[in-house]
Design a protein around this ligand. Sequence first.
Ligand code: GLU
Length: 416
Amino acid sequence: MSENLNPFAIAQAQLDEAAAILQLDPEMHAFLREPMREFHFTIPVKMDDGSTKIYKGFRVQYNDARGPAKGGLRFHWEETIDTVRALAAWMTWKTAVVDIPLGGAKGGIICDPRALSSTELERLSRGFMRNIARFVGITKDVPAPDVYTNPQIMAWMMDEYSVLSGHQEPGVITGKPLELGGSAGRGDATARGGIYTVREAASALGLNLQGKPAAIQGYGNAGTFAHQLAEELLGMKVIAVSDSRGGIVNTNGLLYEETMRFKRETGSVVGFPEAETISNEELLELPVEVLFPSALENVITARNADRIKAKIVAELANGPTTPNADHILHENGVYVLPDFLCNAGGVTVSYFEMVQNGYQYYWPEQMVHERLDQKMTTAFHAVHTLAQNKKVNNRVAGYLVAVDRVATAVRLRGWV
Ligand code: GLU
């Protein structure tokens, strides 16, 4: 079966399915199918060797009916405008499903950050902010980290914005270092929020996860913290992890501390002693209780969906499952925690960061965890209950909740 793997076509197809069930009026549907605004930039960067390279960057403000647009910035060599559009659409549904007063956006630069020196990365980050500065701000649009961006990059961008605007506005960007107005608990928030939804799903399904196997595809911010927290909070045994170079498996379990130390020292999990090497594809098909796709889009497709043996697929990545795969998984009884619910912990704590920046008074980590838990648990039950009642999969149910909230805001504003 050949599938359309264009992420934006996928995001639109997902919306179409929900719109039909909601009997959304055609004007509203047409409005929600497209980004409200998008910006394309060329960013000249002085390289360390004296040459100048021209980079391409994007920011898509998909919808800001419910509040200022919100979403991360991705630095990736395969970035495309359609990927950014899709990610911005998913941010719109994400902020709506956890019910925080924000819209959805996403940005990106086509670049290979692994090949840049720290000074080049700083100039590229500042160059991006110079382009976007007039379109962002606490009342307009608030960027954050995503794939291959981190707190240091957020700090440079925040500083550049302060220089350009002539005043301090830490809330212009989230995911900052703690020392510059970051929130306690932002670092592991994406994984932690996902783990809370897995905990709730297991209890709704009557599954006991203690000592049971889990596999994690992707070993970046979301994947590494998922490893730690699956052990710590769920008592699970993580038997396989992978990164862009490949995967490792040991059915007796891979301990977070040791695996992470090896990754830090060598740059990859591959080669970890006392584990066998497997491919990313093989990892996805392992017989585990919970599978965490935690890297990029389109890893579970019509090609391999039938071979997924996990009972729960917890999507910490954005867009890991295609619509065809979704239907196969649903038919096979695989319980999917869809991305815009499962990984909403990151943006939820970003929102907490904005709130704390607003009054310059900071919460203890425990308070962040409790408030995150409450948001994630409430969102999970809204989606799970609707899915059961309507007999649809969780992604469709999540769309029904989120699209209805966004459409209501659009209507109340009198746009459509
Ligand atoms: N990049 C993260 C996401 O995809 C976080 C976005 C944010 O904190 O604004 O949800």
